[in-house]
Design a protein around this ligand. Structure first.
Ligand code: HEC
Length: 399
């Protein structure tokens, strides 16, 4: 029963997390775009910054933005906050479900640091809390009016934190925790700054007081930060499927840096483009260069145990007994139709490694997960030796 619980719990939480995240990011992209499209028109009432006409779903919409607020508040006001809160709540549950409850499989890599699951989980949670506290303190420091300096410091802080995670956790957990710190910063911005400030503004308006413009300004600053953080976070969240992005501890902070630069640059393009400030194609070019560097980095970092270059495996290569033996002793207890590894109910990701034919079919996947990177066996639970990886490498590089 238990394995089904773990698998379905993870599937359902991930489903919820992705949907909430889509709603949140979708709404936030929509409002960034809308802000940039607003046009002043002579027929607009006083207090309206601009409006935008849009067509969607069989009707026409006229959106107006009032700054700071309309003279009288409408009785019904839609707040956009639950998408953000649900994204974080489901993400935190998913993190605990996969990485903390199944720490041996996903969180702890004894080759990096052999620590007890509760300690590892405590380090992960502290990282999230610390990340928010440091970021929030930076935003309230003397640098608060200097967005470029703030973003640069935040960038260095996150890259540094990912280096720490990389020396404590498995590669995939280090990448994921870095993304989770950024996701926590984004949600913290909504929960602790943007929404509370908006509440004060609403209360001021109701009481007939003029709201303090600094409140709106701080909210806008945090929401701009969120906009630049969004794309890198999504990459870090999906990176656990791409072991080339975290094949060695020293690769992780560099990868985080490159992906963050690339993602933020793509937002630079859209923000300027939508605001009618030209089409800064250089931003796409630079983002592409950063991703090319990320690919190059993964090639440099993953030469295989003998340093041999990656070569493509022929489709149906014969499987020597030595290779089949390694698969049987190190992999197939999980990767067979009815796995014998406690907690695993079905072959993970449908990958079977129990017969010669199945092994031959997975040659490329074996190269990626057991030779170029060491993502399999997970955290080397079954104790695969370097010699065995060399045998696999030799098999895969033979014509
Ligand atoms: C302790 C159980 C276990 C052992 C032993 C194990 N794996 Fe896995 N394997 C998993 C799990 C769990 C996943 C799913 C990981 C995920 O969800 O990203 C997986 C996924 C995979 C995948 C698919 C990866 C993807 O994302 O598409 C491949 C390929 C793979 N393993 C190969 C191997 C090889 C080769 C070995 C032996 C060297 C091995 N595994 C040993 C548990 C195991």
């Amino acid at each position: 029963m238990e394995p089904y619980l773990w698998e379905w719990g993870s599937a359902i939480l991930r489903w919820l997390h992705i949907i909430a995240g889509m709603a949140w990011i979708g709404a936030s992209f929509f409002f960034m775009h809308l802000d940039a499209l607003l046009k002043r028109r002579p027929d607009l009432p006083e207090g309206v910054l601009g409006s935008s006409w849009q067509v969607h779903g069989g009707g026409f919409y006229e959106m107006r933005k009032w700054t700071v607020a309309p003279p009288a508040l409408p009785p019904e006001l839609v707040w956009h906050k639950w998408q953000a809160y649900w994204t974080w709540i489901s993400g935190a549950l998913l993190l605990a479900w996969i990485y903390y409850a199944q720490a041996e499989l996903y969180l702890i890599d004894p080759a990096v640091l052999d620590i007890a699951p509760p300690l590892a989980a405590a380090i992960g949670v502290s990282g999230l809390v610390l990340g928010w506290l440091v970021y929030d303190a930076l935003c309230k420091s003397r640098l608060k009016d200097n967005d470029a300096a703030l973003l640069a410091l935040l960038f260095l802080f996150v890259v540094g934190l990912s280096a720490v995670f990389a020396h404590v956790f498995s590669g995939r957990a280090a990448m994921l925790h870095t993304g989770a710190v950024l996701g926590t910063v984004m949600t913290g911005n909504v929960f602790f700054v943007i929404i509370p400030n908006q509440r004060i503004i609403v209360a001021d308006l109701k009481a007939g007081r003029a709201p303090d413009p600094a409140l709106g300004k701080a909210g806008k600053q945090r929401s701009t930060h969120n906009n630049y953080i969004t794309l890198p976070v999504v990459f870090m969240m999906i990176a656990n499927h791409y072991p080339l992005a975290w094949s060695r501890p020293w690769v992780i902070p560099l990868m985080v840096a490159l992906v963050t630069i690339a993602g933020a640059l793509v937002r630079v393009f859209y923000n300027l483009h939508h605001a009618g400030r030209g089409s800064p194609w250089w931003a796409w070019g630079a983002a592409g260069a950063a991703m090319a560097a990320a690919i190059a980095l993964s090639i440099v970092a993953a030469p295989g145990p003998n340093g041999e270059p990656a070569q493509r495996a022929a489709p149906q290569r014969p499987v020597p007994a030595e290779v089949a033996d390694i698969m049987l002793t190190r992999c197939s207890m999980c990767h067979m139709p009815q796995p014998v590894w406690a907690g695993i109910a079905a072959a993970p990701k449908g990958v079977l490694l129990d017969t010669d034919a199945a092994i031959a079919r997975q040659a490329e996947a074996i190269r990626l997960h057991a030779v170029l990177t060491r993502s399999m066996p997970p955290n080397n639970l079954t104790g695969m030796t370097d010699d065995e990886r060399r045998v696999l490498a030799a098999w895969l590089s033979s014509p």
